[in-house]
Design a binder for this molecule. Sequence first.
Ligand SMILES: N[C@H](CCC[C@H](N)C(=O)O)C(=O)O
Length: 292
Amino acid sequence: MNAPFARMNGLGNRILVVDMRGRGDHVSAQAAIALADSRETAFDQIMAIHDPRLGGTDQRIVILNADGSEAGACGNGTRCVVSALSAETDQKQFTFETAGGVISAKEIEGGMIAVDMGVPRFGWQDIPLSEPFQDTRHIELAVGPADDPIVHSPAVVSMGNPHAVFFVDEDVWSYQLEQFGPLVENHPIFPERANVSIAHVRDKTTIDLRTWERGVGLTEACGSAACAAAVSAVRRHRTGRHVTVNLPGGPLDLLWREDDHVIMTGATEWEWSGMLNPATGTFRRDQEAMDA
Ligand SMILES: N[C@H](CCC[C@H](N)C(=O)O)C(=O)O
């Protein structure tokens, strides 16, 4: 039986929201890879909406990367899920179970969606790292020649998924992230791999950010990386707790509240809808979308 899906994006982060409610199966890794390979459905994350299984949650979300691996968090995709669900009913506030923990999100004015991404974790076992680093604000890791590294000493944090953030002095576009991103993603210090970002702090309230996503590659936007950069900048005394993070696809508003929760607010966009086979990834677009 085919499942309805929508192609959406959160600041250019390409998301397929698949409605798996009322069924027992899953979107397979094979289907994910097939959909990622097809030009029309090429995506960064699949957000599969399943029936809830934990009390107090509205839905369970299974998040898949383009390589078929599972992710514990996806901020941009979570906003797309809220936008899709709130279009169905009058409900504006949701609580989701994800592999990375329970998160809540709500639609606010102007179609913007705010996601409570939960509490960042900084312990080396939480990220996880393969070696005990006590101070995860800077870990010993450098890319390039030892005497003149291209980037070095990233801050590391788990936002439900692992992140390494290199703070740089130059413009983020002057770095070949596509070259060293995969090396850092797969470095043995990260036993579960990592999402890799370069961050440039413009001023106390503004960060520019580019991300190489684990299991995906370069993306227009990565919401959990924006959270990772914002909390890391605070830990390094570079910014205040409320910042704008500029991603290639647009800005996100980030607030690290005093109760430790990280609130990420931004836009989403619906592109088109269709039906897909969750086992194989074959799909068809709705006729009206094709005629449009
Ligand atoms: N695009 C996502 C994150 C994807 C995470 C994924 N690449 C991983 O952790 O494996 C976001 O907006 O937060």
